[in-house]
Design a binder for this molecule. Structure first.
Ligand SMILES: C[S@@+](CC[C@H](N)C(=O)[O-])C[C@H]1O[C@@H](n2cnc3c(N)ncnc32)[C@H](O)[C@@H]1O
Length: 288
């Protein structure tokens, strides 16, 4: 009879995921097995010879089967790491992407320039899981922590997840969440507005892999025929919500970065920022 140790299970599953064309087969196997065993991933390595219980193996088998059919690991285990922080996720929210960490980094750099001023007011539009707002709240300089960040999303389900993530990470007193179509429920003005709104065009959406299209919320991805529709509506409302000298930082795809930058013609310092892969990923603009 075969003995299913941790080591054996990981090897078998990695091989199975490889054959399925899964991008990170070993990492996914480790995340799923540690979740099924309710231990930290690192602990798998000190337990290579251990034999998971039948209950743990049966949960792991279920995870492996579903991931093999395309269901993302983050939805199966219910969490995702972003900016070295753990976030609850479910199918109501986009799984936070590594490229969005650049938006957080750039925003934190901007906030440092306010260190000697009164606390700058920050707004995150399309907060989803709360990834950006929570990462900023946790990492912004102590001197600029007084003003709560306002984080909005059109989806009430997303707002509930985002609130749970603020609590999970101990920043619930630093963020006010609101259900709002862009700025419809926002009357304040801000020094810094950040957003990662839907920016996928209809034709691009059709080409997305099934593990995205079949599982992640369309509302979080698809913007319309050109991909700029939601961002364009956002930029029209933005002028009223941003203070003079205030910053806006938007995430977008390289395909629409130039069009997004063009929405800010006449603003100060319109700049496109590339991500680590060299793709045009962010647009930064400063209001006159
Ligand atoms: C690309 S996801 C980004 C989620 C999160 N900020 C992140 O970076 O992981 C876009 C988010 O915008 C929200 N959204 C879409 N249209 C919106 C609108 N008109 N007003 C507010 N939020 C909107 C979606 O519900 C979704 O949560």
């Amino acid at each position: 009879m075969e003995i299913w140790t941790v080591k054996h299970l990981l090897e078998w599953t990695t091989d199975f995921f490889k054959k399925k064309g899964i991008e990170m087969p070993r990492l996914d196997a480790e995340i799923l097995l540690s979740a099924a065993m309710k231990i930290k991933r690192i602990e798998l390595y000190t337990n290579f010879a251990a034999e998971p219980t039948e209950t743990q193996r049966s949960l792991f088998r279920e995870f492996v089967k579903r991931h093999g059919m395309g269901e993302p690991v983050a939805y199966l285990v219910g969490f995702k790491e972003f900016y070295s922080i753990t976030f609850n996720v479910d199918r109501n929210v986009l799984i936070p992407r590594p490229e969005t960490e650049l938006l957080v980094l750039e925003t934190l750099d901007i906030l440092k320039t306010f260190a000697n001023d009164l606390s700058p007011a920050v707004c995150d539009v399309g907060t989803g899981s709360g990834a950006i707002a929570v990462a900023i709240a946790k990492n912004r300089p102590q001197s600029v922590k007084q003003t709560p960040i306002i984080a909005v999303d059109i989806s009430l389900e997303a707002i509930r997840i985002a609130e749970s993530n603020a609590v999970l990470n101990g920043v619930e007193n630093q963020i006010e969440f609101r259900c709002s179509d862009l700025f419809a429920e926002v009357r304040e003005t801000f020094d810094v507005v950040v957003c990662n709104l839907p920016y996928v065009s209809r034709s691009e959406y059709e080409t997305l892999p099934n593990h995205i299209k079949d599982f992640e919320p369309q509302l979080a991805l698809l913007a319309g025929v050109t991909g700029t529709e939601v961002i364009e509506r956002f930029t029209v409302q933005l002028s009223e919500r941003l203070k003079t000298g205030g910053y806006v930082l938007l995430e977008c795809s390289p395909m629409i970065a130039q069009s997004v930058a063009a929405f800010f013609t006449g603003w100060n310092t319109v700049r496109i920022i590339k991500d680590n892969a060299g793709n045009q990923r962010l647009v930064l603009a400063v209001k006159n």
